[in-house]
Each structure stands twice: as structure tokens, then as C-alpha cells.
Design a binder for this molecule. Structure first.
Ligand SMILES: Nc1ncnc2c1ncn2[C@@H]1O[C@H](COP(=O)(O)OP(=O)(O)O)[C@@H](O)[C@H]1O
Ligand SMILES: [Mg+2]
Length: 372
């Protein structure tokens, strides 16, 4: 268990990044720190492995004050994963994964064998081991980052926005993969994100933070969604409701246009890619009959020209939809006024009617989340 007891971090310039934070991170579970940009998530995380030292208060690891543990020893037991993986560009994948075992003085053979085992664990093909990071996709690099953090089998994993730089579809599969891994490994994970959907999906416990480094609420995801502690939490949960709402709208009514000639199609009518100057670019598809508007939007975001390809059950092209067509349908389904739990039809909110719903829509609290 990791314990924060009245932890405050004041940077030299006077910024109070974390203010009197007290909370417990249970062993063997995923605890998510979520909140708007600048609310002190990264600072809180880095105080655990002493990349940053607290100004006052105490952080304990299974009862022992982290200040009593020398940083290299401390970090040996704590894996650390960051956005864009932070891989060494000039080292092969296998050697990136083996970084910590090498530091620990393992033989090259043993370290590499461990690295190969980990690549398999995170779902990467052994043939990628001898490549360099730039030869991998963003999602694959992120998996390598996770494998590297797990190399010395640390009981604790700190993950700082690890999936924030990849597209929504890859992000979802990385999240699924993390949950699968965790069901086997049962690490103590502290996961930082600004994305409330990600927090609710991954967290056994979710700590919502507000700017100034204050804890607004800590609870299980279901409780958080049904019993937000105050207006700030309510607003923060509701902020992404525009996007979340899309999952409950069918893509059936999306206005389709004929596929432009830039979309290359095989002889069976299935898409191959968007023609560009030097080849074929990625495309995203949705099936208007069975998919939600969320899938359509993800499909649009996946292709460089922002156009989603509509396909039938057999994967044959039926037409295309640009962002304008998707936005049009969204506008038709726009809620009359704000109120985070208006989408009470959502599975998460099921059984929790919007009774006692907030006045909402004031925007109070959200303005704190100006990106820094
Ligand atoms: N080294 C630093 N010196 C001064 N202020 C900092 C430093 N690092 C972060 N901050 C400030 O501390 C606050 C919290 O930052 P951070 O922990 O990075 O937030 P988050 O990860 O939630 O976006 C922000 O106001 C940020 O500008
Ligand atoms: Mg951060």
C-alpha cells in the first residue's frame, strides 16, 4: 500500500502543485489520479519514486517513508511508464526492454531472455525485438514502454498518461491489454490521466483532483458516476459527455456521400486506403447498421483526411461520411441544456436516475482546466 499523508509540494517559484494530499493506494489494484491539466497529477506520481521530493507531509510504501529509502533502491521496485513510451531511439527494442535488468547487472543473455518473455506478455511479436523504436507504431511503442517497466518485476507501476498520445482505437486496445495483464500480475498501479472515460474504465479506485493539487473525491467508478461529491466533480465527469453520448446514438442516420475516387477499393468493393502522393494512407470504417456514432467519429479521426468509410457487413464500401455529416447528426441529438446525467440511459448510470441532478451548465470549475 502507498500512503499519502498531508503531502504538499511547493515549487521554488511558489506554485503549490499539490496541497495537503492524503489518500491510500491499495496493493494489487489500479488507482487512477484524474483531473484537468495542471492539477498536480504528475507531481503526485513523481513524489512516490522521489523523482520529486515533497515539501511537507509523508509518503509511505508499505509503511516505510520513501525518504528513508535511497532513490535507486526505491526505483528498482517501481516501474515507470510515460506518454510516448520514452524509449531510447538508438537502442533495439529488446535492449530497451532489458534496460533495468542490464542496470541490475544481469547477464546479457538472461536480460534478453527476460525481454523476449515480456514482449510476448504485452502482445508483441518476437520479430520486433531487433527493430528500433521509430520502426514501430505508436501503440506498439507504448506496449514496449509497459514491457520495459515490468522487466524487473516491480510490485509497483506508475503510469503517467501512458496512452494519451495514441488514437482512440489503439488507446482502447491498450487499455484492454492493461486490464488483461493486471488480472494476471496484480501489481499496485497508480495511473494518471486527464481522461475521465479512461479513469472510469481502468480504475478500481479513482481519485479526482482539482487545480491546486487538492483531492476532490476518491471513490470506485460507479460511486463516482452516481454520487459525485460536489459541483467540481460533477462538472468534470460531465465535461466529456458530448463524446460519451455518441456511444448511445446509432450511426444509421449519418448522411453518406458517394466514395470519392481517392478511396482505393479492391475488386470485391472493400477499402484498401486513401490514395496519397506516395502510397495509401490509413482509413477507418464503420457499419451504419450496427455501429454507434462514436465508432463513426473514431473512424473519421483515424484517417488523415477526416473522412469515415461506411461499410456493410461484408466490409464493402457503401459510402463515406466526413466530420460535417457526423457533426450534423450530433447537433440533432444535442441535449437541450447541460446536466451531466442527462444520458441516464448509459449503462454506467443505469439504475441511478438523475435525481438530485445538479443545476449544471454553469461551467464552474471547468475553467480551471486550461491546458498548461
Ligand atoms: N518544475 C516546476 N516548477 C514550477 N512549477 C511546476 C513545475 N512542474 C509543474 N509545475 C506546476 O505545478 C502544477 C502541477 O503540475 P503537474 O503536476 O505537472 O500537473 P498535471 O500532471 O496534473 O498536469 C502546474 O501549475 C504546473 O505548472
Ligand atoms: Mg502531467
Amino acid at each position: 500500500m502507498i500512503t499519502f499523508e498531508g503531502v504538499t509540494k511547493r515549487y521554488r517559484d511558489g506554485t503549490v502543485a499539490v496541497d495537503d494530499l492524503s489518500l491510500e493506494v491499495p496493493t494489487g489494484a489500479i488507482t487512477v489520479f484524474v483531473g484537468p491539466s495542471g492539477c498536480g497529477k504528475t507531481t503526485s506520481l513523481r513524489m512516490i519514486n522521489r523523482m520529486i521530493d515533497a515539501t511537507s507531509g509523508r509518503i509511505a510504501l508499505d509503511g516505510q517513508d520513501v525518504r528513508e529509502i535511497d532513490p535507486p533502491t526505491l526505483r528498482r521496485g517501481i516501474g515507470y511508464v510515460i506518454q510516448q513510451a520514452g524509449l531510447f531511439p538508438h537502442r533495439k527494442i529488446v535492449d530497451n526492454v532489458a534496460t533495468v535488468p542490464y542496470l541490475l547487472g544481469w547477464s546479457r543473455k538472461k536480460a534478453r531472455a527476460r525481454a523476449m518473455e515480456l514482449l510476448e506478455l504485452v502482445g508483441l511479436d518476437a520479430s520486433l525485438a531487433s527493430r528500433y523504436p521509430f520502426q514501430l507504431s505508436g501503440g506498439q511503442q507504448q506496449r514496449v514502454g509497459v514491457a520495459r517497466a515490468l522487466a524487473a518485476d516491480p510490485p509497483v507501476l506508475l503510469m503517467d498518461e501512458p496512452f494519451s498520445a495514441v488514437d482512440p482505437i489503439v488507446r482502447a486496445s491498450l487499455q484492454d491489454e492493461l486490464l488483461r495483464l493486471q488480472s494476471e500480475l496484480r501489481k499496485t498501479i497508480v495511473f494518471v490521466t486527464h481522461d475521465i472515460d479512461e479513469a472510469v474504465k481502468l480504475g478500481d479506485t479513482v481519485a479526482v483532483m482539482r487545480v491546486g493539487g487538492r483531492l476532490a473525491q476518491m471513490a470506485g467508478p460507479a460511486t463516482l458516476l452516481t454520487e459525485p461529491a460536489d459541483d467540481f466533480v460533477r462538472e468534470f465527469l460531465g465535461r466529456d459527455r458530448g463524446i460519451r453520448r455518441l456511444s448511445f446514438i446509432s450511426a444509421k442516420e449519418v448522411r453518406l456521400s458517394p466514395a470519392p475516387s481517392a478511396l482505393v477499393i479492391d475488386e470485391d468493393g472493400r477499402p484498401l486506403g486513401w490514395r496519397t502522393g506516395d502510397g495509401l494512407a490509413a482509413y477507418g470504417t464503420f457499419n451504419p447498421e450496427t455501429d454507434s456514432l462514436r465508432v463513426a467519429l473514431d473512424a473519421a479521426l483515424l484517417s488523415p483526411n477526416g473522412i469515415a468509410v461506411a461499410v456493410d457487413e461484408a466490409g464493402r464500401v457503401r459510402g463515406v461520411a466526413g466530420r460535417d455529416a457526423i457533426d450534423e447528426l450530433l447537433a440533432e441529438h444535442a441535449p437541450p441544456a447541460a446536466g451531466p446525467f442527462r444520458d441516464a440511459g448509459s449503462p454506467r448510470a443505469a439504475g441511478s436516475p438523475p435525481a438530485g441532478s445538479p443545476p449544471g451548465g454553469s461551467g464552474a470549475g471547468i475553467s480551471e482546466g486550461v491546458p498548461t
